[in-house]
Design a protein around this ligand. Structure first.
Ligand SMILES: NC(=O)c1ccc[n+]([C@@H]2O[C@H](COP(=O)([O-])OP(=O)(O)OC[C@H]3O[C@@H](n4cnc5c(N)ncnc54)[C@H](OP(=O)(O)O)[C@@H]3O)[C@@H](O)[C@H]2O)c1
Length: 382
């Protein structure tokens, strides 16, 4: 099966390497025949081209692997590939979470599919596991540490009493964090992954922007001190929960009990768990990023397509996000804590409170009116 690669960076070059090396008989059935690069200096392989049409219009190419990143032109190229009757495999969570309704419809209209294992949890077989579980059972909920960068920062801050700004700089130096870390530390990267997990787990297209999203940008040593002293660990979690006509979904730092299986997920690892009626809880831990682990997931999807072209059915039903019934206890630190009296259960340090058990939307409404740029919120496990 001939594969065209869009993008030859960290993930794309990993896909090319795995397929060229052909370690197994299944991989040896695949061949990368064209690679889109951006400028002439990158044309180091005879298969490279500067023209996406060389891939999209090539009748021999059956699968296009989009590993370019960004919204455009990745979205347009993916759409045109689907319209040309090619299956698309993508590692690009931001693009797919933003345009999944349009792309899933285009795929269906053209009798092809989009596969996106690598977009969520990197090399972890998360999507494949959801597919498999759903053959027998309905997924009720999922939760996970979907972002290795923030897990690395939180782990080091927690155990070494380090400052957020220092740890971010170190993560950038190690290549774990981007120079513009916004998507990671403000939770948007996890938001895209939660949206795509909803697609797979619940067969639902959701509006990613409606997923309530809090990050770790404002976390301080004081917050982690409270967390540690109270017997918790702090993780940035993405969560989704199926209800018959809506989905509750959010990204939020959580103070987890120290004996929670996710409390000790180390450094830049990811960990994701699904819950379904008969299987119960099933969790995966592994490398959520990196050239070869992520490329492994892309190649797995290409093999899925080669083995059974109809294995993937992309969702078509739009389901609203609604968090009004998600109740919890929240740790909130803000200099304007005096204005939170109506939802406060107890004070737990300088300008920090624990709320009564309230809906997350009640917490959101209360903190939105404060307009405090430095506020930190975490859900506290009960
Ligand atoms: N890296 C990971 O571990 C990882 C893990 C999971 C998912 N992902 C996702 O996978 C995607 C790719 O990530 P990456 O880390 O491989 O990024 P990357 O190293 O920056 O690679 C992307 C490549 O695509 C090229 N490119 C961008 N626009 C192009 C265009 N219009 N025409 C031709 N080439 C173009 C880039 O060229 P220039 O550099 O010249 O712009 C770059 O070589 C992203 O969506 C990312 O979120 C990455």
């Amino acid at each position: 099966m001939k594969v065209g690669l869009l993008g030859h960076g960290v993930v794309g070059s990993g896909v090319r390497t795995i397929i060229d090396e052909g370690a197994t008989w299944e991989v040896r059935e695949l061949e990368v025949t064209a690679i889109l690069v951006k400028d002439e200096t990158e044309m180091t392989d005879p298969r490279t081209t500067l023209n996406a049409d060389d891939i999209i219009n090539d009748p021999e190419i059956q699968v296009v692997a989009e590993c370019m990143g960004g919204l455009e032109p990745a979205h347009t190229y993916a759409k045109r590939a689907l319209q040309a009757g090619k299956h698309v495999v993508t590692s690009n969570k931001k693009m797919l979470a933003t345009f999944c309704g349009d792309l899933f419809d285009t795929a269906r209209e053209n009798g092809v599919t989009i596969h996106y294992e690598a977009s969520c949890g990197g090399g972890i077989p998360w999507m494949a596991s959801l597919d498999r579980t759903r053959r027998v059972d309905d997924i009720v909920s999922f939760r996970g540490i979907f972002n290795g960068t923030t897990n690395y920062i939180l782990e080091r801050m927690f155990h070494e009493n380090r400052d957020f700004a220092d740890m971010l700089k170190e993560a950038q130096k190690l290549g774990y964090a981007e120079q513009d870390p916004t998507d990671d530390i403000d939770g948007y990267d996890v938001r895209y992954k939660v949206a795509l997990s909803c697609a797979k787990a619940f067969d639902a297209i959701v509006d990613a922007e409606k997923i309530l999203t809090y990050g770790i940008r404002n976390i301080t040593a004081q917050d982690l001190q409270f967390c540690r002293d109270s017997g918790y660990a702090c993780k940035l979690m993405g969560k989704g929960e199926w209800h018959t006509d809506y989905i509750s979904a959010m990204v939020i730092p959580v103070f987890l009990h120290a004996d929670d299986v996710f409390a000790n997920i180390p450094l830049n690892f990811n960990a994701i768990e699904s819950n379904s009626k008969t299987l119960g809880s099933a969790a995966f831990v592994g490398q959520g990023a990196g050239s070869l682990p992520t490329a492994h997931a892309v190649v797995q999807n290409v093999i899925d397509i080669w083995k059974d072209q109809d294995s993937e059915i992309n969702p078509k039903t739009r389901v609203p996000i609604d968090n009004q019934f998600h109740q919890g206890i929240y740790y909130i630190r803000t200099v304007k804590d005096a204005l939170l009296a109506s939802i406060t259960d107890q004070r737990v340090g300088d300008h920090a409170i624990l709320t009564k058990k309230i809906s997350v939307l009640e917490a959101e409404n209360a903190i939105r009116t404060l307009a405090d740029q430095d506020l930190f919120i975490a859900e506290v496990a009960e």
